[in-house]
Design a binder for this molecule. Sequence first.
Ligand code: AN0
Ligand code: CP
Length: 314
Amino acid sequence: MKNFTSFADAGDYQALLNKALEIKQNPFGYQHIGRNKTVGLIFFNPSLRTRLSSVKAAYNLGAQAWVLNAGADSWTLEMADGAVMNGSTQEHIKDAIAVMSQYCDVLGVRTFPTLTDRDEDYEERTFNKILQYATVPVISLESATRHPLQSFADLITVAEFKRTERVKVVLTWAPHVRALPQCVPNSFAEWFSEVEWVDFVITHPEGYELDERFTKGARIEYDQRKALEGADFVQAKNWSSFHDYGQVLGNDPAWMLTPAHMALTNDAKFLHCLPVRRNVEVSDAVLDAPGSLIIEEAGNRVFSMQTVLHELLK
Ligand code: AN0
Ligand code: CP
């Protein structure tokens, strides 16, 4: 592994999953790998789980971590190549990333999409600049189009809680009050459509089709009730439209996950990457039910990150 930005970087996903399950059993067993190593974490956007689980993962591995909230804690960064910097930006991303690379052995970066310029987002122009200027391995802490550490944590969670050899996993769109990125569903689709022991179904209202580069191989079912039938795991997430880029096309509250939806499933376990808008995306009764794994799923963010750090630092 050279960088970790997508499913492709995971290589043999089953081997990586087995490693994560092993590390979870013995979280301090690889401290020789992190000794005298520094993990740098840069956030261009807010975070609770990614930020804290990454620090914890570094500590478990015997490494130190620093965090920078770019823009808020540092100089305002210029992204455009060749910019005449006589406006509000104070330091070029080129210099900032090259400098920060000297202060760490691996660099985690969170960027978000513009949700207004689809080409800029789907070409990952910001993240690719970071890859270009970094001189150490780079981990995506969520980019414009992907959130691979989240999907890896979701895979760990499904593997831990599955009751049968094969499982049906459903990703369902959920209503929200804001326009959100497609990163989480893109990555979820990219990962779960490749897992051999998963029957993967995506359900969403018409107009919320994701980029086919992420959903190829997945079954798409517009009837949410039909999709949920017999599900072993249900992951709910809102996303804005890909085709009508960044738009909220409708927010039918009937798509909010309730116990009536879950009753259609095979006593499914419930997943959500968090943060969740309670009683908008999903009802309290689902989030707080015994079958809800939202806290365990967030807990596994430590082990997805720790496993990736292990692979990059070993
Ligand atoms: C972000 C998103 O949808 O990508 C982060 C989720 C991990 N969610 C929100 O902005 C609410
Ligand atoms: N799930 C997730 O990535 O959460 P944060 O945005 O809080 O890091």
